[in-house]
Every structure is written in C-alpha cells, then in structure tokens.
Write a protein that binds this ligand. Structure first.
Ligand SMILES: [Zn+2]
Length: 147
C-alpha cells in the first residue's frame, strides 16, 4: 500500500491504459503463456487456449502491425471530435488491438475502403488530457507507416 501511494505521488506522463508503457520507446505489453499463446495486457487470470492459470511472462509487443478491420465513427460522446476511424490491428505476436487510426481521411476511406485492409501501421502516442495533478495522460493510436 505504501508503495502504491508513493507511485501515484510521482509526476510525469501517465498511460491511459495499464498495458501501454511509455518512455523512450513506447510500446504495448502482453502476457505469454507457457503454451505459446499471447494476450494483450498483463492482467490475464487464465489462458483461453490451454486453461493454465500462469504464471504468465510479460512481453513487449511489436509497435507495428496490420489493419484487420475498421469502421468510421460519426457519432460519439460529447466533446469527441468525429468522424474518426476505429480499427482492429493485428500484431505479429497474434494479438489484436482495438485502436484508433490517425493520419487518414475517414470520409475518403468510406468511399474506397480497400486500401486500408492489411495496411501496415505503426503505433504512436499522443497526449489526450491532463489529470488532476496536471500530468499528461497519454493514449496510443496507429497510423500508416511512412517510408
Ligand atoms: Zn496457455
């Protein structure tokens, strides 16, 4: 308990979800079972493939993947700018990540969605809000890989 209180007293950017790790090379983390199955996040209680309850190894996930499916969102909560693109991105580890896609024109993609399926994308982070202590709250998204 004392350790937790100390951790929250620290200042600096905060990830919006626990499986996003910040720092010099921001990345997502997953849990790897002894059977080889990998899951997003490290809060896994049991493996859906073999039923093992762990322990699971925490692993760094790739910051690059491919768009599996996407949807253009036109209506959202008050204060959320629309339209935007929500997608499921497949990572090479076999993990699927729910995310938003940046740097693309949502309306153009609705007219011609073909280029987006299987598109290689990379993870980026961006500040979405400030918490009560004034620390940046950082979220992740994916965007097309620029060559
Ligand atoms: Zn397993």
């Amino acid at each position: 308990m004392a350790e937790q209180a100390q951790a929250t007293a620290e200042t600096g950017p905060r990830p919006i979800v626990p499986f996003l790790k910040l720092g010099a090379e921001p990345h997502l983390v997953g849990s790897k079972c002894s059977c080889g199955a990998i899951f997003l996040d490290t809060k896994r209680l049991a493996c859906s493939k073999c039923g093992s309850t762990g322990p699971f190894q925490t692993i760094k996930l790739s910051t690059r993947g491919k768009v599996y499916v996407f949807s253009v969102v036109h209506q959202s909560f008050p204060g959320i700018k629309t339209p935007y693109i929500t997608a499921i991105v497949d990572l090479p580890e076999g993990v699927s990540v729910r995310t938003n896609l940046l740097d693309l024109d949502p309306l153009a993609l609705e007219k011609d969605p073909k280029p987006l399926f299987d598109m290689p994308v990379e993870m980026v982070t961006h500040v979405v809000a400030k918490d009560r202590e004034g620390n940046d709250v950082v979220a992740f998204a994916f965007r097309p890989i620029k060559h």
